[in-house]
Design a protein around this ligand. Sequence first.
Ligand code: AMP
Length: 560
Amino acid sequence: MADENQNQNLRQYKLDAYNKLEKSFVSYADLTAVTALDIAADTEPFVTLAAYGHGLIGKYIAKRDIENVQKQNIIARESVYKKLQKADAALKNKNENWQLVVVYGYRSPGVQQRLFNTELERTQNDNPALDYNEIIETVHRRVAVPSVSGHPTGGAVDVTVYDFVKGSYLDFGTDVRDFSTKDSYYNSPFISREQKENRSYLRKVMTAEDFAPYDGEWWHFSYGDKEWAFYSRRQARRNKLETTDLKYLYAHKLPAELVYTDKYRDSAAVEQAGLVRLAIQKSGRLTEETVNILKKSGIDVDYGEGKFFGKCGNFPLEILFVRDDDIPGLVDAGAADAGIVGQNIYEESDCKSVILKELGFGRCALAVAVPEFSGIQSIFDLSGKKVATSYNRSAGKFFERENILNVGIVPLSGAVEMAPTIGYADAIIDLVSTGSSLRQNKLKFLHKIFDSESVLIANKAALDNKEKHSTIDRLISRITGYLSAKSYKRVMFSVRKERLEAIKPALASAKLANLCDSLADSEYSIVRAVVKKSSIWDIIEELKKNGAEDIVFYDIESIM
Ligand code: AMP
């Protein structure tokens, strides 16, 4: 019993010590404050670190995600490579048998996103009580948030040191990239003096080359990324130096943008082929939600007023910002591969491209409206009358379909609701969502022609192209994940094992409700379920009545 208490105390003591260290790490919130990116100036090539050459081994353990993009080698910024060579030379000044080993360099933004998503899911499951910001910070300590992470910039490296006479790596207290213990924290008090000295020496040679260290991983260093900018500025402040020279703040690069050594040129070309140009509304009703949907789908959209093009740092997508009524034409002509546009504009334009996905926002209807006190009672009374609209084609098709002859369509490109008041037309055909604009203009709704919402469209050529099609599929799958997550919540609770059957009916309508963990040595089970937002309160009341305890529920980022 005394032993058990002692162990418990020791565990708590270690936990407190690690928690204290975590507080001093550079956090995600810190990095979001670094905004002065000099993307335009970023033309630096990426190079392949020679395997077993010139003192740099780029071939430690070929981890799965390295293999995909980097084959057997490690890729990094040219400037990083040069600095690594100097750091390696400095190591050899102390011991000529030592060799700097680069274990990891560039990681594609897509891989970073996938690793992040997995860690996020795990952390959310393990810490249901944490709020979203705490979850993100916890995840960030292990897998950086993609928009601020260093590896996709080619500026971050994970390194260790090899003694080629002894034939072994120096003892740093943990293996490089070992995430199973918090002794990976640079200042862990639970490592030996020799291990501390080794870490300290490695940090010394790397920071002498202007790399920024990361306190959460003794092996991680970066140059020119956001972490580096934050660190350099803080160091400068501490030393009371003036430094505004942050021009090496790197953008994340897609594999397509990397300048590889010859060996990698082919794979770069393949990535380029998968790049999809997506046209979206430049400024208007749909812009904010369109950008939001892309962002929530994990795509970093570089959006700024007055821009025509936007790059997406972590997805093979290039955004074209245009007027929304130009989108169907641009996509049909192949000037863009795909577009996001209101169905009303799509119908009006005689677009040949196909609708791939309805996006659930920008909902409205194309409708016929007449003055409040008009004698027009039904659409058939419109025969021989004048109808003002910006939707000439849709209006013409509608009257033809309904066989209402002799309608004078009066084209107007704006302020259509005004037309009856000023005696320009007897009725209008326009978009209606809440109806408030009709009321304001003393008009009443007469007939709905069709419902509309924003849709994702793509042209045939893009869909026939294997690489582009695959990018579009990925885009749709992410958007679908986000859209379905928006209407669901995750519920988690504990329940006595003998009450498990009793709570089942309450979860009958739930999606993914069969996830049941039994807590070892406990009378409780943990139940997790995904339920519709619209019925969450009914379900929770029902669960409580039937024995559920400690119920927590929260929003879901995405369901893939
Ligand atoms: P706007 O930015 O005003 O040109 O509107 C862009 C798109 O928003 C339209 O083409 C419709 O697809 C959609 N929309 C949704 N609700 C409305 C509404 N009440 N009036 C006009 N457009 C709407």
